[in-house]
Design a protein around this ligand. Structure first.
Ligand code: ADP
Ligand code: MG
Length: 327
């Protein structure tokens, strides 16, 4: 039986905003940094998407994901990716039960609600693919048998920048399984100083402030957020810009545009609205589209970045106001 769709009433919008604020405040007890980072994780949670966090060692990627997961009160597993990790270490394997003399499935860590895939680019492509497929399909096939994963299911993966030694870059064609790719740089000087002064002793534990059913409710409500036709045109304009850019070898796909719409709905709801604004789209476009376009080899050599093309698109592609204003 399909679940009844909850109406996006003003009090429900307020409640989601409050829950999101509480989650962000709790994360702030363990992680000091740009609030936009935690907001991006919340956007992905709302939009049923996954996040890839890239940054040098020691910028608190793992700390952030663990804190965020702790607030959610959902089942949590962590996979530390290493060069010898096998696909079955992610999905699971059948083992012989000596008592009954039958094979039983020992479920891998992918059977969870919130999965931290830590240092995902330290494992070879085949192992990465096992996770990426599960993310895409919300199911895994083990020895020919297909199993559905739990709901909610969100993967928060971290990776070191690919120039580093001993890493296997994620297959280009699969990076778009991540709704959002976040780059975490060094903290602002004031934040870094506060971090040094705060975490010279063990930090207070992060409290659980929501549960799986809250997450599912928030996800269902995010789907109900209104997107005006002009905004769809705007997304199409941004996407088209990437397809005709001389530095771009492969522009944003229709799936990329759809991802941007989903994410924008999540952000609108987090910010207390039941409709998307052009600013939601502008804010998220680099995070959602940046890793979904492929640059020409020459542009790569010059050090151009996907996100810079998206920023250019935002500068050049105008948003056409609807007659009679925004809703
Ligand atoms: N912005 C920050 N906020 C809170 N703690 C930080 C921050 N930056 C670094 N740290 C501290 O430094 C360490 C970072 O480790 P970790 O989270 O494992 O980083 P990474 O996963 O990026 O390598 C942790 O002990 C963490 O408390
Ligand atoms: Mg780490």
């Amino acid at each position: 039986m399909p679940m009844p769709v909850p109406a996006l009433t003003p009090d429900r919008v307020v409640r989601v905003t409050q829950l999101a604020r509480t989650i962000a405040d709790e994360v702030g007890r363990a992680f000091i940094g740009n609030p936009m980072i935690t907001e991006a994780l919340l956007v992905a949670l709302m939009a049923r998407g996954h996040v890839l966090i890239e940054g040098y060692p020691g910028v608190a990627k793992t700390t952030l994901v663990k804190a965020f997961s702790a607030t959610l009160g959902c089942h949590f597993r962590r996979i530390q990716f290493t060069p010898d990790l096998l696909p079955s270490d992610i999905t699971g394997t059948y083992i012989l039960d000596m008592r009954t003399n039958t094979f039983v499935l020992r479920e891998g860590p992918v059977f969870t609600n919130v999965l931290l895939g830590d240092e995902i680019n330290r494992a070879p492509a085949k192992t990465q693919s096992a996770l990426l497929e599960a993310m895409q399909e919300h199911q895994v096939t083990i020895e020919g048998e297909t199993r559905t994963l739990a709901e909610p299911f969100i993967v928060l993966a971290t990776q070191n920048p690919i120039e580093q030694e001993g890493t296997y870059p994620l297959p280009e064609a699969q990076v778009d399984r991540f709704l959002i790719k976040l780059k975490m740089g060094y903290p602002a000087p004031a934040d870094e100083k506060r971090m040094l002064g705060t975490y010279d002793r063990s930090p207070p534990p992060v409290r659980t402030v929501v549960g799986p059913s809250d997450v599912l409710d928030m996800q269902a409500l995010a789907q109900e957020v209104f997107v005006a036709e002009e905004l769809l045109d705007y997304v199409l304009g941004l996407v088209a810009f990437t397809r005709s850019h001389p530095k771009v070898y492969l522009g944003a796909s229709p799936r990329a545009g759809l991802a941007l719409v989903h994410a924008a709905k999540g952000l609108a709801l987090l910010r207390g609205r039941d409709y998307v604004l052009p600013d939601d789209v502008r804010h998220l476009a680099p995070l959602v589209l940046g890793h979904r376009i492929m640059l020409t080899p020459e542009a790569e050599l010059e050090g151009a970045a996907g996100t810079a093309i998206i920023t250019e698109a935002i500068d050049k592609v105008g948003y056409k106001m609807p007659k009679g204003g925004v809703r």
